[in-house]
Write a protein that binds this ligand. Structure first.
Ligand code: UDP
Ligand code: MG
Length: 311
């Protein structure tokens, strides 16, 4: 019988665990596969780990095994997913959010597509109505910008919830980078892909762990991981500004020769100096962003550390 691994990252999810397991088990106890549920406790400070152990102890479903990886601290969702993927042994792997925003019922549909021969099955949101206005629009901007300057394009409105065949998982494991924008990496490896759509509901309990600042950092991660356009743009901008300066300089020289010396010019001078100063700082900032990433990558630290495995 084929094996499926469901990867569940938990960070301070004590309020959602019971409901999540009830919903997930309801779906997977009836499918004709062996299932391993890999729970990653991503450094939760609440009772998450204890509650996961209770779920593991109480599990009676014959085709289901619950395994827990307890990370040594909070490494973030990308690292937690990486830990799950490294550890998974299934013929297909399905990462899923544990706040029931990714409906477990979709797993059945994903498996059907997988059996038709697809190697990746994306769960794409039909719309973003459950998001705030700000999140909806900022996500739109991110996808537009990202897809303009990076290849391959990211499928819009698609999170980490998807099915990955073993061959895709093996490909992912070959990507050695430390800074892991999982959505981008999942997408980068390619393979035969199809989509199913669903409506994403609001989180059942608790709050999103992704603050606006964390989303911004993730977006920077996504862009710098997959594009060097932000680095190159300064060359072109520099050329345009030098050309303009040359023509403006020629104009001033000519004007002075024809009409004589014209002293006022404080305003234009200060505006130009400040404008160029700002532009240079932004350029240095972008360089710094990439250098910082090279620095972090060069250390070759592990992406996550496991305190204990409960198998
Ligand atoms: N998560 C995690 N580590 C973190 C933040 C989040 O493992 O540092 C998990 C979280 O427990 C949940 C999933 O990632 O299962 C998605 O998180 P959340 O619902 O907060 O994000 P959102 O749905 O708002 O994007
Ligand atoms: Mg959520």
């Amino acid at each position: 019988m084929k094996r499926i691994s469901v990867i569940c990252p938990f960070f301070n999810e004590e309020e959602t665990i019971a409901e999540f397991f009830a919903a997930l088990l309801k779906v997977i106890t009836h499918i004709p596969f062996q299932v391993e549920i890999i729970c990653i406790n991503d450094g939760s400070a609440d009772a998450t780990l204890a509650l996961l152990c209770v779920q593991q102890k109480n599990n009676v479903a014959e085709n289901v095994q619950i395994k827990i990886l307890d990370l040594s601290r909070n490494f973030g969702k990308e690292a937690a997913l990486t830990a799950g993927i490294d550890y998974a042994s299934g013929d297909a792997v399905i990462p899923i959010d544990t706040d029931l925003q990714d409906p477990p019922e979709l797993i059945v549909e994903m498996l059907a597509k997988w059996q038709e021969g697809y190697e990746v099955v994306l769960a794409t949101r039909a719309d973003r109505s459950s998001d705030s206005w700000l999140k909806r629009n900022s996500a739109d901007c991110f996808y537009k910008l990202h897809n303009q300057i990076s290849t391959p394009a990211l499928p819009e409105h698609t999170g980490d919830f998807r099915l990955l065949d073993r061959c895709v998982v093996e490909a992912l494991k070959q990507l050695p980078e430390n800074q892991r924008f999982m959505k981008g990496l999942f997408n980068w490896v390619g393979f035969k892909t199809t989509q199913i759509t669903y409506t994403r509901v609001a989180r059942i309990e608790g709050e999103s762990k992704f603050s606006a600042w964390r989303l911004w950092t993730l977006a920077l991660e996504g862009i710098t991981s997959f594009s060097t356009v932000p680095l190159r743009i300064w060359t072109y901008l520099g050329m345009v500004i030098s050309m303009s300066a040359f023509f403006y300089g020629s104009f001033i020289i000519l004007r002075t020769l024809i009409f004589g010396v014209d002293l006022p010019g404080y305003a234009s001078l200060i505006v130009t100096v400040l404008f160029l100063g700002g532009l240079q700082l932004i350029g240095i900032g972008v360089l710094g962003e990439y250098i910082g990433r090279i620095y972090m990558e060069a250390k070759q630290r592990p992406v996550y550390l496991i305190r204990k495995k409960y198998e």
